[in-house]
Design a protein. Structure first.
Length: 249
């Protein structure tokens, strides 16, 4: 059987969305199993379907490449090294700031067989983080989330334009960059370079990537500007990775 390839994992608030591609046309092929764990063993936990069966995703064989998505979040069915009975996944197993490593396998039911290639190319990591969606932010305020001071939102009276600028926190170096985007989730791996400490104009339908250096550690956040309401407010989505030096948000 062909090994599925994870194309993207999107971190969210106490959950992650796994996207993978695969093609299998073997007569006994029945679907895909999803596992997650840590960097040492990405197969600590096995995820079951809503019917408490395997494979996790039931599908038919195909001659073309297909794309699948699955959300790992609380209250899905799973088993693990210390969980022998099929149980509901508790919040404690998918916490913000804790990296989750995911692996997907192809599965056939008769005879039972599973693809077992879980080298680095097939294991992907994502780390859930807190987020705020569809939030009205008034000019003159600071966007803060879980102790992450993402940006000051200001009006420059000289040019009558809105800007994101440094919160000017003691012992922190703040920087950002602006990219085109359609949502908060367009970019899920923070770039390590390309930031500026200068203020940037606030524009609708743009994604602002933020890097905060604190105590020789880097923290990353994002702001997606949904809309700009004159010079008084914006509607935005934003998130902040609460763990240091984690390239996932």
């Amino acid at each position: 059987m062909n090994q599925p390839f994870i194309t993207k994992i999107t971190p969210m608030d106490q959950k992650i969305v796994v996207e993978f591609q695969a093609q299998n046309n073997e007569p006994a092929f029945s679907g895909y199993n999803i596992y997650f764990g840590d960097s040492v063993n990405p197969r600590i936990y096995r995820i079951y379907s809503q019917q408490k069966t395997i494979p996790t995703i039931v599908t038919t064989r195909s001659t073309t490449l297909q794309t699948f998505t699955f959300t790992i979040e609380k209250n899905i069915y799973y088993t693990g090294s210390n969980v022998t009975e099929i149980s509901l996944l508790p919040e404690t197993e998918i916490r913000n700031g804790i990296p989750i490593y995911v692996w997907v396998s192809s599965y056939q039911i008769t005879p039972q067989n599973e693809s077992y290639y879980y080298y680095d190319n097939y294991v992907k990591m994502a780390t859930p983080r807190p987020e705020v969606l569809n939030q009205t932010v008034n000019v003159g305020s600071t966007i803060v989330l879980s102790e992450g001071y993402l940006a000051n939102f200001t009006l420059n009276t000289a040019d009558n334009k809105l800007y994101f600028s440094s919160p000017q926190r003691e012992n922190e170096t703040w920087s950002l960059q602006r990219v085109a985007g359609t949502s908060l989730y367009d970019i899920v791996v923070p770039p390590t370079e390309g930031y500026t400490t200068e203020s940037l104009e606030v524009i609708a339908d743009r994604l602002y990537l933020i890097k905060i250096n604190r105590g020789n550690n880097n923290y990353y956040g994002k702001i997606f500007v949904r809309s700009v309401n004159g010079t008084s407010s914006i509607v935005a989505d934003y998130c902040y990775q609460i763990s240091a030096d984690i390239l996932s948000y």
